[in-house]
Design a protein around this ligand. Structure first.
Ligand SMILES: CC(C)(COP(=O)(O)OP(=O)(O)OC[C@H]1O[C@@H](n2cnc3c(N)ncnc32)[C@H](O)[C@@H]1OP(=O)(O)O)[C@@H](O)C(=O)NCCC(=O)NCCS
Length: 176
């Protein structure tokens, strides 16, 4: 993809983004393998009400004549009055545009949404061997909270559960 990686913006994911998102997911075997219909509840047009809220953000390249989706992240928030847990459900960045801060910006946007909507904690599952994602998550303050043996198939792999208090994220000096 011939894009300027330094110039991108974020906006809520829309149905028109689906083909681009499917292509990025297909090029990202570490990401969850969702069917096209799995994305629909996360679109900005989808109606959601407590206790279960969902969000998805698209990272958009602004470097060319037309905007292109270069990454996405999807999250959900269960407002159960106890944990008020936000989960990062999926995230991927176009392989040609990684290591330019897109993944970090996407996760920060999910965290900001979670904080604004009453989340107490963020949690996610990640393949134990996915060092790229684990480093990103740890840089943002997530820490190991558990382990699910043989959680993933094809190839079989353990899941690490990482998490952090959402308030801690929002108090970080560099959070914006
Ligand atoms: C994980 C992923 C979303 C990261 O996206 P990204 O835009 O490249 O992330 P960033 O540029 O914000 O990286 C932030 C930091 O994470 C770490 N990191 C990211 N990719 C890395 C890599 N390949 N190797 C080592 N560290 C890495 C680095 O510390 C990086 O900071 P730096 O570039 O200043 O060193 C991307 O690699 C991806 O789409 N992977 C496939 C799908 C996936 O694994 N999704 C997550 C599981 S659902």
């Amino acid at each position: 993809m011939n894009l300027s990686p330094a110039i991108f913006g974020l906006r809520p994911l829309q149905a028109v983004d689906l083909d681009a998102v499917l292509a990025i997911a297909a090029a990202s075997p570490e990401a969850p393998r969702w069917k096209p219909s799995d994305y629909a509840p996360y679109f900005a047009s989808a109606t959601a009400s407590p206790p279960l809220l969902r969000i998805a953000m698209a990272a958009i390249s602004m470097g060319g004549p037309e905007e292109k989706v270069v990454g996405f992240a999807a999250g959900s928030l269960l407002l159960d009055g106890q944990q008020n847990l936000c989960q990062l459900d999926s995230m991927a960045v176009h392989p040609d545009l990684r290591r330019h801060g897109v993944g970090t910006a996407l996760l920060r946007a999910i965290l900001a949404w979670a904080a604004q909507n009453g989340a107490d904690h963020l949690s996610l599952e990640v393949r134990a061997g996915n060092t790229s994602a684990i480093r990103l998550y740890e840089r943002l303050g997530l820490r190991p909270e558990g382990h699910r043996p043989r959680y993933y198939a094809d190839p079989e792999e353990d899941a690490l559960i990482l998490g952090m208090p959402v308030t801690q994220v929002c108090n970080q000096a560099d959070f914006h």
